[in-house]
Design a protein around this ligand. Structure first.
Ligand code: ADP
Length: 164
């Protein structure tokens, strides 16, 4: 059984992330979506628990997509869940450079056990990022083109609760 970990911040999950998950679930027997902390990304919109709830809801009917959250490193999570590889998405040359460095570190940290598989973003998702979605929300603009409707609902609900 080929199992792969797709680690990321997913703050929030975008249509670009969802496309990578869909393609990975076609290529592998099982995809673990791992919501992890990224200390380089400071402005968190959602807690790990909130992100878990949102993404879990999206994939509750797909039995080869499992959603987890962890404060461990991607390599440790991949080893714990007996994944053969980590999946990452590449939109542009900046992502490529970053992923190139990261895969080398992950290879070393796992004693060559965990490989990285990169999937390229579809053209229509190349400019989508969680940062862009957060910026649109901050400016009170509609991010509907970039996120699933259920995620938008959750964001609006959180806003409402915050303002109450
Ligand atoms: P991280 O904090 O680990 O970079 P992200 O949630 O920003 O987490 O992204 C997780 C992975 O998904 C990364 O490999 C990133 O390059 C990729 N990714 C992000 N947005 C897209 C997109 N629109 N299309 C394809 N891949 C994407």
């Amino acid at each position: 059984m080929k199992r792969v970990l797709y680690p990321g911040s997913f703050d929030p999950i975008t249509k670009g992330h969802m496309n990578i998950i869909e393609e990975a679930s076609y290529l592998f027997d099982e995809v673990i979506v791992g919501i992890l902390e990224n200390s380089m990304k400071k402005n968190k919109m959602f807690t790990l628990e909130e992100r878990l709830e949102m993404i879990d809801e999206l994939y509750k009917n797909n039995n080869n997509i499992i959603v987890i959250s962890s404060t461990q490193s991607a390599v440790d999570v991949a080893l714990e869940y007996e994944c053969q590889a980590i999946i990452r998405g590449i939109r542009n040359i900046r992502d490529y450079d970053y992923e190139l460095a990261l895969q080398e570190i992950n290879r070393e940290l796992s004693n060559n056990e965990i490989k990285t598989v990169c999937l390229f973003a579809k053209k229509e998702y190349q400019n989508i990022s969680s940062t862009l979605v957060k910026e649109l929300l901050r400016l009170e603009k509609d991010p509907s083109n970039y996120i699933d409707p259920s995620i938008k609902e959750k964001i609006l609900l959180k806003r409402k609760q915050k303002n109450e």
